[in-house]
Design a binder for this molecule. Sequence first.
Ligand SMILES: Cc1ncc(COP(=O)(O)O)c(C=O)c1O
Length: 392
Amino acid sequence: MKYNFDKIIDRTNTSSVKYDLRQAIFGKRDVIPMWVADMDFETPGFIRDAVTERAGHPVYGYTFRDLSYYQPIIAWMRSHHDWKIHKDHIVFCPGVVPSLNLMVLAFTKPGDKIIIQAPVYRPFYGAVSDHNRTLVHNQLVEKGTTYHIDFDLLEDQAKDAKMLILCNPHNPVGRCWSLAELEEIARICLKHGVLVLSDEIHADLVMPGFRHQVFANLSPEVAEITATAHAPSKTFNLAGLSTSSMIITNPQLRAAFSQTVEKMHLGMGNLFGSVASTAAYSEGEPWRLQLIDYLNENLNFTEDFINSNIPGLKMFRPEATYMIWLDFRKFRMDDETLKNKLIFEAGLGFNPGTEFGPGGSGFMRMNIACPRLTLTDALIQLQKMLAEISVD
Ligand SMILES: Cc1ncc(COP(=O)(O)O)c(C=O)c1O
């Protein structure tokens, strides 16, 4: 079956964060919203059918997850990531961000050092500082149109750090870390006894030519020090259903994490999230493959458009995720001016790079998971705005 990703869907008045909070976030009701990480495509029909069928039952009482929930996750990890896991390794969480916070609470104490690799997804900062842990910035190094890890710095920082929160693949710089890079991270963390919390929510959104490596699956030793966060939410556009997994093969780590989840009574979760997850992992592959094609075409289109029409704007083409990291520094605007011009002159709602911490100034993150027509309008509006500004 051919799915239609060109279809324009009116998402207004659905309590959509991306659409219905535009006035609150940008101060302008009608910006093209290309910020928060959900997609403007339909959640696939086979998922909606499964949810609708369950919704047809007249009682929405407490539910639990049986093997029919876990089995598709286990099969997906095996077929997509060559990772053999068991039901017992999977701890349900109502979202990846909550699970990152719970991991920090379970395994570190106030004051402990936790490494993150900026510029990075903003909730990583909160997961550390909101619990009075100490942030350690292993800032990524920009090189041409890509980013690298400063391994010397990481080795030095790892000596007295408790945990590394790895974004694998990385949001917002779009890196799908190579085997060699992940092996070097693993070597350093094993040597210095650093726990790795690997956020792999974008693992199934890898572009052609790249391959996702589950960090924990590098070796049994690496698995011992790793907890992996995974979810169907980004891939299948289910973020509103708050359903994710923390996968931990080390029984001691898993027990400590599960206890933290249980103490907070967060293990019950959402009935419809479980139904959607099962449908996604059981039936989702043809849809996912077409999604990747469409996103990759959107990336080609954006790259060609920028190269041909917007001199001075640098695009970091993502190897995974549907986020583009855009470098506006050649236009020599401060962050506030850039943000306001994008909103009020171009009518575009991007995430300011400064949200992602050190290394984000002068950048914007653009979400291209939308129909090509919307993307075309956005790029034309961007071109018009930048045409009036001289380039350095
Ligand atoms: C790296 C990363 N982790 C987690 C999330 C959100 O996870 P959840 O909605 O399950 O809390 C996002 C969403 O953009 C993300 O990019």
